[in-house]
Design a protein around this ligand. Structure first.
Ligand code: GDD
Length: 248
């Protein structure tokens, strides 16, 4: 049977969310599979996943890494796993329920039924759809997207969104070796590269609800990486021609 849908969730210290999130995804209509990429969380997140693997041996997968290596590198590892194992639709999602698992179905339909290559769960299509974030964080995220649009010209309203469905052809075409950022800049870089390669992208409106359990891993380093990373991407794009990768 052809492997179809793989949701990738990177985790670092998500023990309060893990079991509920696994059950939410396993309970969705349409046999979604889940790959958790855990960076040796000291709180034992991976042990929770291992226990649940006994209940969902076919559909719950785990990669354990040796330490906290960043969200971007976790996703790259997940993308390679997804491509190697033949999945058609590969999703990015957070562990903390800020993304509603039910919306995976809407992202999937945008790609599988409406023919988009990349569907982005977007907070800023019409106004701001964020619940429970402090005002400072909402403004920062909203203006970060405006900043990305202004510098790069990329017509995406939620540039740092981390809730997406890729058709596998997008990940095949992107040279994953060359993706260099690890935080919010990683999210921007993936969208920017897909856009430059000419893929059909749609933003699907979602409501983003801040986590009620566990803590954000956002840091000033990640913030700085995004601010300067966008300028780097723009300058690079003036010199480099984007062509589909042939080696994946
Ligand atoms: N494996 C691994 N996972 C990580 C790491 N850092 C964070 N994560 C995981 O990545 C997910 C997102 O991390 P958060 O710390 O919850 O992110 P956030 O600051 O709330 O950021 C959200 O908003 C950003 C800006 O819009 C988004 O870019 C981001 O994807 C996310 O939705 C969570 O599942 C978290 O456990 C890491 O170094 N390694």
């Amino acid at each position: 049977m052809e492997k179809e849908k793989l949701v990738i969730i990177p985790t670092f210290n998500e023990k309060e969310n893990m079991e509920d999130m696994v059950r939410a995804i396993m309970g969705l209509e349409g046999d979604f599979e889940l790959l958790v990429i855990d960076d040796n969380s000291p709180d034992g997140t991976a042990e929770i996943v291992k226990r649940l693997q006994k209940e969902f041996p076919e559909r719950l997968h785990l990669i354990q890494r040796t330490g906290k290596l960043g969200l971007g590198t976790a996703y790259i590892e997940g993308f390679r796993y997804g491509l190697m194992n033949g999945y058609q639709f590969i999703f990015e999602m957070d562990a903390d329920f800020s993304h509603n698992p039910q919306d995976l179905i809407r992202l999937y339909k945008a790609c599988a039924e409406e023919g988009y290559d990349l569907a982005i769960g977007s907070r800023y299509i019409k106004g701001v759809n964020v619940v429970n974030w402090p005002m400072g964080r909402v403004l920062m995220s909203f203006f970060a997207s405006k900043y990305v649009q202004f510098i790069t010209g990329m017509p995406i309203k939620d540039a740092t969104a981390g809730f997406k469905c890729y058709h596998r052809r997008v990940l095949q075409a992107i040279n994953l070796e060359k993706i260099r950022f690890i935080g919010y800049a990683f999210q921007i870089e993936m969208k920017f590269t897909a856009w430059k390669l000419g893929f059909k992208i749609i933003e699907v409106p979602i409501i983003f609800t801040d986590r009620t359990k566990g803590t954000s891993k956002m840091s000033t380093h990640i913030f700085r990486e995004a601010v300067f990373g966008v300028i780097y991407m723009k300058v690079k794009s003036l010199f480099v021609r984007y062509r589909p990768n042939r080696s994946e």
